[in-house]
Design a protein around this ligand. Structure first.
Ligand code: UDP
Length: 414
């Protein structure tokens, strides 16, 4: 439902195409919006609303659905309202992959014996957990053939929910969080990032100042959180920095960058006059990897996607908020790995970030720590894709000669 689930699904689609070029038909499906009856087809806008009010709306939804009887009732309701549309889908999957905790139940309960094939057979099912430091228990269904987890914390949780953990080949497989192709070649990218010339060239391409330090400020795909307060506070505190500390080169100044789908905030920040500071408010960008390369550090909510990407990019990370439950575990992941801090107070955020920017040694040490924490995630996407391709191949091989030779892994997500 959040930008992270979609970004991870797109990452796997690209990685699977790389693993088996031209042999895959991948369909990314938003099960609820496409097949759910009201109010289930409104999950995506409801997610956005809940994420705007994390301590009231999000918290109550998240923890209420951890209560088994309530979850059972919700699952029954999903099955009654959504299964029919899902089962009638024209796709003929050889593999189903769930990228969201609420897209497990319907595909697992729907006819897993494909009605479209001349030879009836079981459709394998995999879950790819896209949370990082903690995860909702609905991610873990014992009936899945494989469950891919990104971290020790999530693997342990899967084990506690009764899934079989162990060496490679077990039901639970730990590789990393799927990230988009631009983030795969971490080591090479990092060298690239440290080269001042190429960073300046990229900044110019993105219409950012080429000689000023840059803080990237994001609030997930939807631009949620107290972004306005953070930008204002940062802009104010930057003015207290000595001019030579604000710039990469000789000209004074500073630039910040805000991304996401929050058009209202973007317009508000664009209208505002900023003294001595550049604030470049941008809408949703598909070039997040490039913005991360140009930035000296990032301020973000603790979304798993952004945290993993920032780590791969070796970006010191200031966490400004988290969704209770789901993203709470990402805070210790960042702080204990040594590449960031957490505060929800805009003034503290501004003080911390301006402190980092004036301490090149600290910034460099944090950048190294981030790259270490990000390593599994840069290589994990290809590993997951490779296993998924193997699962699809195995399912195809088990069919008779009547069956189409093309693979069609089928990726439901929201
Ligand atoms: N993102 C992006 N462009 C933007 C803002 C965000 O591509 O302008 C991506 C970001 O790189 C990350 C995802 O959206 O991959 C956000 O995922 P995250 O898990 O951090 O938060 P969510 O939006 O799912 O709550």
């Amino acid at each position: 439902m959040g930008g992270g689930h979609r970004a991870s699904a797109e990452a796997l689609e690209a990685a699977m195409e790389r693993e088996a070029p031209g042999r895959l038909d991948v369909a990314i499906v938003d099960v609820w919006t496409q097949y759910g009856a009201f109010p289930f087809n409104k999950f995506v806008p409801s997610y956005r609303l809940a994420a705007k009010y994390p301590n009231v709306l999000w918290r109550s939804c998240y923890f209420a659905t951890s209560f088994p009887p309530l979850m059972a009732a919700l699952n029954l309701q999903h099955r009654l309202t959504c299964s029919r549309g899902f089962a009638q889908r024209e796709h003929d999957p050889h593999l189903v992959v769930s990228m969201h905790p609420l897209t497990q139940h319907v595909p697992l309960e729907s006819p897993r014996i494909s009605p479209y094939l001349p030879v009836r057979r079981q459709v394998p099912f995999a879950t790819v957990v896209t949370d990082l430091g903690s995860a909702h228990r609905t991610w873990f269904d014992k009936r899945v053939d494989a469950c891919f987890v990104p971290s020790d914390a999530v693997r342990q949780l899967a084990g506690r929910c009764g899934l079989r953990c162990g060496a490679r080949g077990a039901q639970v497989r730990q590789y990393g969080l799927p990230v988009r192709p631009a983030f795969w070649t971490a080591a090479a990218e990092r060298k690239h990032r440290l080269s001042a010339g190429s960073t300046a060239a990229l900044a110019g391409e993105l219409h950012l100042s080429t000689d000023r330090k840059t803080v990237l400020i994001v609030g997930g795909g939807d631009g949620v959180g107290s972004l306005e307060g953070i930008v204002k506070s940062l802009a104010k505190h930057v003015l207290f920095m000595p001019p030579n500390q604000r710039s990469r080169g000789h000209a004074g100044g500073f630039s910040t960058q805000v991304c996401g789908k929050n058009a209202r905030l973007q317009q508000k920040l664009e209208r505002q006059r900023w003294e001595g500071v550049d604030v470049c408010a941008r809408g949703f960008t598909s070039r997040m990897s490039d913005y991360m390369e140009v930035a000296d550090c990032i301020v973000t909510k603790a979304g798993p996607g952004t945290v993993a990407e920032a780590a791969i990019r070796g970006l010191p990370t200031m966490l400004s908020s988290f969704l209770p439950g789901q993203e709470a575990g990402n805070v210790p992941f960042v702080v204990e790995s040594g590449f960031g801090e957490y505060s929800s107070n805009p003034r503290k955020i501004a003080l911390t970030v301006t402190g980092w920017l004036q301490d090149a040694t600290k910034l460099e040490a944090m950048s190294e720590a981030a790259a270490r924490a990000g390593q599994p995630h840069s290589s994990g996407t290809i590993a997951i894709a490779s296993d998924l391709c193997e699962m699809a191949e195995a399912a195809t091989l088990s069919l008779t000669e009547h069956t189409s030779p093309r693979l069609s892994p089928y990726l439901p997500m929201s």
